[in-house]
Design a protein around this ligand. Structure first.
Ligand code: HEC
Length: 247
């Protein structure tokens, strides 16, 4: 009996999860390019300037990031570290969990592994979908992550927008709310295209952060395949040589 219950739950859980996470808008595609150092550097700059005040990246050290992304250490020290943190230290936030919980109701999660928890598309769209909402405690809401406790950290860049929703009938005949469009109330420092490009870079950086070794791994991967091909050919030649007298 209990087993049956667990089995039913296991079958249903992903369905429930999926139903709850159907976004109210069309998700735009984003291309991840871990070999694009300029993009990663720009993403890192945005991250330390706009995210690290609330979120940590506690599995990453500043000097590892400097080496991976090709940023000289003195530039990191001068432009990317704002406290008395050392270059060899972990990227921790100055905000303490207790204060954060009082302010936001929930502590901002560590973002080291967010690039694995959420897919790049989700992150890219999330960062572009904040809108003004007077009914939310922070004054902000998000189309991709409804009732999120995070305020729009980048509104100075993107500007302030309102979301206009429409009611539509979905494939199952149910009426659901969907995003119709965003209305720009107050422009930011960037045009919308510039902001999208910046968010591409930030998403790229978050994906790198989730698995820094990926950059090296894909580089080695090619050599591993070359080795296997050469070794395979040699083994084949050797086999032919050994079996020549038998056949
Ligand atoms: C003022 C504090 C603050 C700043 C600045 C901030 N965040 Fe957040 N962020 C939060 C809080 C609080 C949450 C938790 C939201 C929730 O669970 O409702 C959050 C959640 C998130 C999530 C979702 C995590 C999940 O549960 O999947 C992502 C992704 C994220 N932040 C990315 C960023 C990025 C990237 C930046 C920099 C551009 C940033 N945040 C800046 C406070 C902040």
């Amino acid at each position: 009996m209990r087993l049956k219950f667990v089995a039913v739950l296991l079958v249903l859980l992903p369905a429930i999860g999926l139903a709850a996470s159907v976004p109210k808008m069309k998700m735009d595609h984003v291309e991840i390019a871990l070999n694009n150092k300029t993009s990663l550097q720009n993403g890192a700059k945005l991250f330390v300037n706009y995210c690290l005040s609330c979120h940590s990246a506690q599995y990453m050290r500043y000097n590892r990031m400097a080496v991976d992304l090709g940023i000289p250490e003195d530039v990191v020290k001068k432009n990317m570290i704002f406290t008395d943190t050392k270059i060899g230290d972990l990227m921790e936030t100055t905000m303490n969990v207790k204060d954060a919980t009082t302010w936001f109701g929930v502590a901002p999660p560590d973002l080291s592994l967010i690039g694995r928890l959420r897919d790049p598309e989700w992150l890219y769209n999330y960062l572009r979908s904040f809108y003004l909402d007077e009914s939310s405690p922070s004054g902000w809401n998000n189309v991709v992550f409804e009732n999120v406790a995070m305020p729009h950290a980048l509104y100075e860049l993107q500007g302030q927008r309102r979301a206009v929703f429409k009611t539509v009938t979905d494939a199952d005949g149910q009426t659901v709310e969907r995003l119709d469009h965003f209305e720009l109330i107050k422009p930011g420092k960037m045009t919308l295209e510039e902001y999208d490009d910046a968010m591409k870079d930030l998403t790229n950086f978050l994906v790198y952060l989730g698995e820094p070794a990926k950059m090296v791994r894909t580089k080695y991967g090619i050599w591993v395949i070359v080795f296997l091909l050469v070794f395979g050919a040699l083994a084949f030649a050797l086999k032919k040589e050994y079996w020549r007298d038998v056949h």
